[in-house]
Design a protein around this ligand. Structure first.
Ligand SMILES: *Cc1c(COP(=O)(O)O)cnc(C)c1O
Length: 495
């Protein structure tokens, strides 16, 4: 039976998985959701004997029902290969009283690699299935991390091009080096003189430009987006929650069916929503703990049932969680209304118009599996130091927010469930903040000197993603004014 997808904001249009992946966003502005979340059709016991790739197939085949077995397995093989520095793909390690699910073993040492390494293959397969002959041009604006993960995922994938815009003076030195040294004949990276919002607005304008779309089409191109609301990014993230439970079972850390907690450092609500989907598929979950930094709009939402983005935007040491509009929350809202697209649309309209909406008490009851928590900068730094001193393990700033939230939660409750913390980035990616939290003596040291210190202190090898950019040649050095973004795209594609 084909699983169809529809918008969170209307029931009128049903599309297949491959069409939902190609389109990214529904035409009414809603997000594509499956008509129902499928249940795992094999036992947890049998999953405990499977590899990451085997579990990936078992999960994805239930969501992407219009892909053949060989198409899906082919996508999985191409994605989860030696771009990852461990054959486990994700590692589950126990440190102190918690398990850390390391999602940072991919090409750019952050969890976005888990989905962005497979999305290009899902997209090109989807294009073929729908008889699209055009080359897919991925257009992305980035504040740092997503751009590099998308570049690494799409580099040299046949039938695709990728063009990334970043604010020239708005990303870290390491982030910029990661992008401008990107190899792959189909990749382009351009700095703009404006900020991230300018880059984002410029990209949106190109997506909405009908004349540009015509010009592209006449040259055999069409735009697509690698945005985190694409269902082709959400589903691959469900896999590692099933995988985490399978490893706990395999290690006899839990009895079959025993409930566990997942703690997820959250920004756009994609990662934790994937955990919620995993629970709905049959993974035994006690609590899903949503960890925020000082931009705690989600914590307030879980406390009060009111989502209110009208507040100060705070820059923190966990920048990938500095978000006031968590786009993927819309999929949870849809679920807790009982799949009511009209009610969902009304709330999303309120969010656009007033920056605020409130859910009903019946809806709040439907999301009782979630617990919100948050940690400020001081608490986060203290957690990095504490975990390092007690275990020798070094957390990145995002994971540290989750770890702090978990330890505070544990102190306040008598919940002794086995707990898995999603570890979303390697500490090497945020060396300055991480080392600064461990000791004053590392403050004001040069980026790469700090990396050498981090390797010594954590007794780990410097990841390839870092060592390779140290001496790599700069390949992309174009910088343009914000108003000239489209001209650059036209030049690259020879329109
Ligand atoms: C993107 C990101 C997050 C937030 O994930 P969401 O799916 O947006 O909630 C957390 N940590 C890191 C390191 C990230 O890159």
């Amino acid at each position: 039976m084909e699983l169809m997808y529809q918008s969170t904001r209307s029931n009128s249009e049903k599309v297949t998985a491959s069409q939902a992946i190609l389109r990214g966003l529904a035409s009414d502005g809603g997000l594509f959701v499956p008509e129902s979340i499928p249940s795992l059709d094999i036992s947890l016991e049998s999953i405990s004997k499977m590899s990451y790739k085997e579990i990936a197939y078992e999960v994805m085949k239930l969501f992407f029902t219009d892909f053949t077995e060989s198409e899906l397995k082919n996508c999985i093989e191409k994605a989860y290969d030696n771009k990852f520095d461990t054959s486990e793909i994700a590692s589950l390690v126990k440190k102190g009283d918690a398990y850390y699910l390391e999602l940072f073993h991919g090409a750019t040492i952050a969890f976005k690699d888990m989905a962005l390494s497979i999305l290009p293959h899902l997209l090109t397969t989807s294009a073929k299935k729908n008889n699209i002959k055009n080359e897919i041009v991925i257009l992305t604006a980035t504040s740092g991390d997503t751009g590099k993960a998308a570049l690494a995922g799409f580099a040299d994938v046949e039938g695709t091009r990728i063009i990334v815009f970043y604010p020239k003076n708005g990303v870290s030195h390491i982030q910029e080096r990661q992008m401008v040294t990107q190899k792959g004949a189909n990749t382009s990276v351009i700095g703009i003189t404006g900020n991230f919002d300018d880059a984002q607005s410029g990209v949106k304008a190109m997506f909405n430009n009908k004349e540009l779309a015509k010009a592209l089409n006449s040259q055999g191109y069409q735009f697509s987006s690698a945005n985190s609301i694409n269902i082709g990014r959400l589903v691959p993230q469900v896999v590692y929650y099933v995988y985490a439970y399978s490893r706990l079972l395999a290690d006899d850390a839990v009895k079959n069916g025993e409930l566990v907690n997942f703690v997820v450092p959250t920004g756009n609500f994609g990662n934790i929503l994937a955990a919620y989907y995993a629970k709905n598929m049959g993974v035994p979950v006690n609590k899903l703990i949503c960890a925020s930094n000082q931009n705690k709009v989600l914590f307030d939402f879980f406390e009060t049932g009111i989502y209110d983005k009208n507040r100060e935007f705070i820059l923190t040491s966990s920048p990938s969680m500095d978000i006031l509009i968590s786009s993927n929350l819309e999929r949870l809202i849809y679920k807790i209304t009982g799949d009511d697209a009209q009610a969902t649309r009304q709330m999303m309209d309120l969010l656009t118009k007033e920056g605020r909406y409130e859910i009903t008490s019946a809806m709040r009851k439907q999301m009782s599996v979630f617990v919100g928590g948050w940690a400020d900068e001081k608490r986060t730094a203290a957690e990095i130091k504490m975990v390092y001193e007690n275990t020798g393990y070094v957390l990145d700033t995002h994971t540290a927010v989750a770890s702090a939230v978990y330890h505070d939660y544990k102190q306040k409750t008598d919940d002794t469930s086995i707990t898995v913390i999603a570890s979303t980035a390697s500490p090497y990616k945020f060396g300055t903040s991480v080392m600064g939290a461990i000791s004053e003596k590392y403050k004001n040291m040069d980026d790469f000197a700090l990396i050498d210190e981090l390797a010594k202190l954590s007794n780990t090898e410097i990841p390839r993603a870092i060592s390779e950019i140290r001496h790599a040649d700069v390949i992309h050095n174009t910088v343009c004014e914000t108003v000239d973004m489209q001209k650059e795209v036209e030049k690259i594609l020879a329109l």
